[in-house]
Design a protein around this ligand. Structure first.
Ligand SMILES: Cc1ncc(C[n+]2csc(CCO)c2C)c(N)n1
Length: 228
């Protein structure tokens, strides 16, 4: 198993996911952000959809507070809600404002089916399942953008117009938050499944949730590339 700065549980899930993980983190959309060739219309379409996506992910992380079993789990989930609604979404609002798209328009945007499928899949995982089902479904979004942000911060073309996006996810503060989330997930798994989680009867279904969420990330990029 390749270790990860985002923890051992994520490293196991990523290894168990295989090809979809690579398809997600090296998608043509991501390469277009990196070399600057992504069409502006695709980027804006993605960003408007992503604003709505983040509204629902803030709901899902809030459900994490409800399903938590320790104060530390609650703190990390509440901190992520704060990071989402007060920091990450500022990028969307600022970038769209510069293009003449108002925040009220963002909030009211009609969701693409790929967006609807992904966000409601995650909410359902948390409603039907327990804290671990929810975390396995939320993990790809956190650590995938973490990996993408780190790689693009190191390798993006100096002239890419997508520097703000890259800085949001490559930034040390964001990376620190994701590492804290990874540690919390390791502890949550250890507490409920013991020291050898892959031997647990629950492991295959948790891996399934992680892999499904990863495939939904690939579909989200596809939707972005396709444009409005
Ligand atoms: C489609 C899509 N997937 C993942 C992220 C990144 N992301 C969403 S919530 C969250 C956790 C707290 O910030 C992170 C990293 C995104 N913006 N859009």
């Amino acid at each position: 198993m390749t270790r990860s700065v985002y923890g051992d549980t994520f490293a196991l899930w990523r290894a168990g996911c295989g090809q979809p993980w690579h398809d997600y983190t090296h998608h043509a959309f991501v390469e277009g952000l990196r070399d600057g060739t992504l069409p502006r219309a695709s980027f804006l379409h993605y960003l408007v959809q992503d604003y709505v996506f983040l509204v629902h992910f803030a709901r899902a992380w809030s459900l994490g507070v409800v399903k938590a079993e320790t104060l530390d789990e609650m703190k990390v989930c509440a901190g992520t809600v704060d990071a989402l609604v007060n920091h990450e979404m500022a990028l969307h609002v600022k970038t769209c404002a510069a293009e003449g798209i108002e925040e009220a328009t963002l909030f009211a945007a009609v969701e693409a089916f790929e967006n609807l499928a992904y966000t409601r899949y995650v909410m359902d995982a948390g409603l039907q399942g327990d804290f671990l089902d929810l975390m396995a479904s939320l993990a790809p979004c956190c650590f995938g953008y973490g990996e993408i942000g780190t790689r693009l911060a190191q390798s993006a073309a100096s002239e890419t117009p997508y520097r703000d996006w890259i800085d949001t996810y490559g930034d040390a503060e964001y990376q620190g938050v994701m590492q804290t989330v990874g540690q919390m997930m390791d502890e949550a798994i250890g507490r409920r499944l013991g020291p050898d989680p892959t031997a647990s009867a629950r492991w295959p279904s948790l891996q399934g949730r992680f892999t499904t969420a990863t495939r939904l990330e690939v579909a989200f990029w596809d939707m972005g590339l396709r444009g409005a």
